[in-house]
Design a protein around this ligand. Sequence first.
Ligand code: ADP
Length: 557
Amino acid sequence: MPALNATQPPFGLMQDWPLTVDRVLEHARVNHGHREIVSRSVEGPIVRETYADLYARARQVSTALLEDCVQPGDRIATLAWNGARHMELWFGAMGIGAVLHTVNPRLFPEQIAWIINDAGDTHMFFDLTFLPIVEQLAEKCPAVRRWVLMTDEAHAPPAGKIPNLAIYESFIAGKSRDVTWGNFDERTAAGLCYTSGTTGNPKGVLYSHRSNVLHSLTSLQRDSLGFSVDDVIMPIVPLFHANAWGITFSAPAVGAKLVMPGSKMDGPSIYELMDAEKVTFSAAVPTVWLMLKQYLEETGKRLPHLDRIVVAGSAVPEAILRSYEDDYGVKVFHAWGMTEMSPLGSMGATTPEFREQGKDAVQRNKLKQGRPSFGVEMKIVDDNGNELPRDGKTTGHLVVRGPAIAGAYFKNAGGNILDKDGYFDTGDVAHMCPLGYMQITDRAKDVIKSGGEWISSIDIENIAVGHPAVANAAAIGLAHPKWDERPLLVIELKPGQSASREDILAFLTGKIAKWWLPDDVAFVEKIPLGATGKLNKLQLRQTFRGYTWPEQAVAAR
Ligand code: ADP
């Protein structure tokens, strides 16, 4: 076939406009330059800057990096909370074709060192909070040639153990803003984020400029995040948790005001900032919403400006959904996604079919993980990859495809991750209904298989946290002499509250199938959480390995 050029049919004749993320901030500067980014700084005070300031300072970051010999493709790491400086780095690094690598500071120092070395980071920017961790990391990460403490000289510590340490404000002070951004292939790598890897080593997900821009356009659909310039958005979900679910791009794309909580994510601090800045939209994992709910209940305070929240990362418990909607008038959107998906995969926006049935039907349906936005294809398949019916009950492996979904891991870790049709196996087990609502019943590695049938641990947990004395719950499958595996329900009680095994089982009875009822209930001081706030079931299974079931439970089945 002869080579085609852009002036010959069948090509269209539209302008070619590479989808690079610097254009998002350029748009915000030109059209929304005065809108604010308000941050609770790690040093303490609330700091205000505009998108115009952010743009200017991000360009200074670019020059500083270039003068420090950063090359396109170099990985620039951060150990940082949500704040304006983190955003400046974001665009300053990506704009010149470097890769912004967010590292999750909640991991153990050894894991952090492993990730930094695997990524081959050349620079590490970190908040004051992480100085003690970085002091341990410096000698373990020889490839990092510059450590930058994200503060000013007034807050800098006396010279210490960290070699090649720079102070952020001095590092960028007086640097030229005359720097070229973009001007490269839209498929150029822009960001790197390691998944938590509950099995094996963490794996890097390498986002491209194109995937970030497409994901932000996708998420701006009204049935997804649907932001507007009217919104005041507080991403409580950290930037190191899959780009704060893309908010770092989607908020500037519409010029929404941003409110960054910094290191303080407890109920009172979140409330204070939300109230003062009149936040209309926020996104976080269920644990955060639970803490804020407890604070509101204790104080009788309300959040009149808060219009809607996204709950994702783990399933939204019914008690949280109903309380925010019914008691506080906040619309709750349940989303599902993965680091590998940039991360949004589906969203529980309501369709007319449920709205017509009334509020209760709408809320029950919102407990499902929802429907994909344009840009994500999903289906459920059996063990051989055959598509299963969308009948609302047949469960199978959830697989996904799309331009903002990983095609391989960084350095090809784990080899080929796609099936013959290009679908990525999410590792989640789910069913879909004829209207396209997907509901996760488990992680493949967490399913409880009793007598050959799957029991949904998520269903059991969601009901259990509705018990007034229960702070958190985890259902795990443990070996059983007759049924292969049976569920053990692990309960963390709220401070000062009490409940017995029988109370909990009675509370579950009638709400789930009889054979799903846990065979026993164990009470623990604290349910272990992973680095992104999810139940750490691997640790729980280890803790309860070899568990002895009560005799009556074994006999009863
Ligand atoms: P990490 O890899 O750090 O655990 P991810 O955000 O990539 O973080 O985790 C993705 C997984 O989290 C999904 O595959 C799914 O198991 C779980 N998850 C995310 N959102 C939900 C949700 N709304 N309901 C149930 N599980 C969820």
